[in-house]
Design a protein around this ligand. Structure first.
Ligand code: ADP
Ligand code: ASP
Ligand code: MG
Length: 413
């Protein structure tokens, strides 16, 4: 008998009808003899609705209170799905994060899982129950409710699969797998039958929200077989593999990711001398603001310009800090721009193929898109461009790297 952890995302449990459909599916799996732990998200739109309610009261509510609020969404779904299963004669029990005891650190709204108590779950599984667990939430060592960041139910599922040593973790969602790029942006996007864990990690961190980045990290660290599938359509989905594809014949580029959540800050006319970058970024880091892409210009007349990006929600805070830095450094000016976006091409094949960067830049030049900033890693090249050109950029790159086309041939895997 295999133990499977299944996760159903927001749209898959977005109405009573859908919850009934999920129950039907889970009942069928159980009938086939699998032991099942089912992780659920809040019904679609619910987390956003709860966040909006909070903002009607306060612009920046305490993170602890936000967690108490937003964790309720998942709890509703666990109870409803459990009821739908019990009505079908499938023994099911719902659990929230603190009942399982998904122990996290105390970083409210972005907590990390430290430990999962698997004893109670094992006992229930032995007794033949399907466990329905609330995604996205945990509890810190003082009993405070915590949440794992947007999209965090994926991470709950993978972490439970790791703790229970499940045979597979299946992420059911509203697309039938991981695509070469967001299929809602590019019609010709193609489902990948498999993608390496490394590539998936880059895709997720560069903005492909089909899997939360921490879920991919967990899967890699604990060797959890992970698959992304459509909730209501049959199909093989996409397997996230740990195997090294370098020996196989693979395309250079696995996919294209993009992120609109970028804003740019420039400080002009800072002295070109040792320690200036630290003076600029030090206070930003101390304020817990994550910096993404950084560019420093060549110095002229002993001064230089320094540009970096942060997430849009952090722009006001970062700008205020930078203006203060500008005063102490006697800089000329601070400029900000939140109409930018980041596009990345990702692929392990880049390691052995030269010329990917020039192909990318040429493809963007051909459609007249100016590149503002560039950053690379071993298996990824990212550029910052004007947001209004984002779709054009993604489409052009998708065809330039020959990613358009029919679904991959399953038998080739
Ligand atoms: P869920 O609510 O099930 O967690 P999400 O909305 O978080 O679903 O993730 C699924 C969505 O991810 C898809 O609807 C799709 O628009 C988006 N997406 C972005 N990039 C990709 C990609 N490369 N492959 C598949 N889906 C992607
Ligand atoms: N409900 C949470 C969110 O909307 C977690 C999740 O769906 O994974 O971000
Ligand atoms: Mg999600």
């Amino acid at each position: 008998m295999s133990l499977i952890v299944q996760k159903f995302g927001g749209t898959s449990v977005g109405s009573i009808e859908r919850i009934e459909q999920v129950a039907e599916k889970v009942a069928r799996f159980q009938g086939e003899g699998h032991a099942l732990v089912v992780v659920v998200s809040a019904m679609s739109g619910e987390t956003n609705r709860l966040i909006a309610l909070a903002h009607e009261i306060q612009e920046q509510p305490l993170p602890r209170e936000m967690d108490v609020l937003v964790s309720t969404g998942e709890q509703v779904t666990t109870a409803l799905l459990s009821m739908a299963l019990n009505r079908r004669g499938v023994k099911a029990k719902s659990y929230n994060g603190s009942q399982v005891r998904i122990l996290t650190d105390d970083a409210h709204t972005k907590a990390r899982i430290k430990e999962i108590d698997d004893q109670r779950m094992h006992a229930d599984l032995q007794a033949g129950f399907v466990l329905v667990v609330a995604g996205f939430q945990g509890v810190d060592e003082h009993g405070n409710i915590t949440t794992l960041g947007r999209g965090g139910s994926d991470t709950t599922a993978v972490a439970l699969a790791a703790a229970l040593k499940a045979d597979e973790c299946q992420i059911y969602t509203d697309v039938d797998g991981v695509y070469t790029t967001d299929p809602r942006m590019v019609d010709g996007a193609r489902r990948l039958s498999q993608i390496t864990f490394e590539e998936m990690l880059e895709m997720a961190s560069m903005g492909s929200k089909v899997l939360q980045i921490r879920a991919v990290e967990f899967a890699g660290k604990y060797n959890v077989p992970l698959r992304v599938l459509h909730s209501f359509e049959e199909g093989p989905g996409t397997l996230i593999t740990l195997e090294d594809k370098s020996a196989m014949e693979t395309p250079t580029i696995a996919g294209i990711a993009f992120n609109r959540d970028e804003a740019k800050l420039t400080i002009l006319g800072v002295p070109d001398m040792p320690g200036v970058a630290a003076k600029i970024l030090g206070p930003i880091g101390s304020a817990n603001i994550e910096v993404d892409v950084i560019v420093q210009n060549i110095a002229e007349d002993g001064t230089t310009d320094f540009t970096f990006t942060v997430s849009r929600s952090e722009l006001p805070g970062a700008e205020e800090i930078l203006r203060e830095v500008a005063r102490t450094l006697n800089a000329q000016e601070v400029r900000s721009d939140n109409r930018i976006a980041k596009v990345s091409v990702v692929g392990v094949g880049m390691r052995s193929h030269a010329g990917v960067a020039s192909q990318m830049f040429a493809a963007l030049a051909e459609v007249g898109i100016n590149i503002q900033m560039i950053t690379t890693s071993e298996i990824k090249i990212s550029v910052i461009i004007e947001e209004k050109f984002l779709e054009l950029a993604v489409r052009s790159l998708h065809s330039s790297f020959d990613l358009d086309g029919e679904p991959e041939n399953e038998s080739a895997v």
